[in-house]
Design a protein around this ligand. Sequence first.
Ligand code: 13P
Length: 261
Amino acid sequence: MVDRKPLIAGNWKMNFNHLEAISFVQKLAWTLRDAKHDGSTVEVAVFPPYTDIRSVQTIVQADSLDLEYGAQDLSVHDSGAFTGEISGAFIKTLDAKYVLIGHSERRQYHAETDEVVAEKITAALRNKLVPVVCVGETLEDLEQHGPSAVAASQLKVALGALKADDDFVIAYEPVWAIGTGKAASETDAQNVAKVLRETIKDALGAEAAEKTRVLYGGSVKANNIAAYMRQPDIDGALVGGASLVLDEFASIIQYQKHIGV
Ligand code: 13P
């Protein structure tokens, strides 16, 4: 069996300016150091607003922090007359590793279709960024189609832009669980994660399915992370609100200390 390194990712959304970002990242590093957290067993990444990324880069590199970072979106284009867009090439120049693609807030408020998501995946790969592709159903979808159908169909289109040897991450985020405090049960999240892994297997083969990390997102907190991390097909979490609260996020990162609870 392939060893998938767990990934705890914080999506800051439109929170923290660059000064707040510097302060948060520094304090997070100190907190984890004081707690003697072993960074080799879990990867941690933050997704700040674009205007913070350069500051996060500076602090991560100056202090050699064990912290990855990425952008929350990118343009399908690499340069040109696209006012307000941000190129994957620029994000890569800031030594970012990841980029979120197809977050439900982008799909909902910016009308991003599965086809746009696929184009953005291509743009990410072209610029050597690892796409973290978000999929998940709304409450309406859940009532009409059950928990995994919409996520799997979104994923199928996304997989059309990916090859078996590409490095990518899938985040299953049921829309009804985002920011609501109503997290999916660990059993439901596991069942969907398993379907998503099978969907990867059908499209790209067993090896790709085995090595690809599938995250759960939606009201993840310090008091429920361990339940998700015990599931065989869940390899980490994409955390929103709780990633902005220092002690809460630090505790989520250290889930291994409370996994037996
Ligand atoms: P919350 O953790 O605030 O529910 O947000 C989840 C999310 O959207 C992460 O991308």
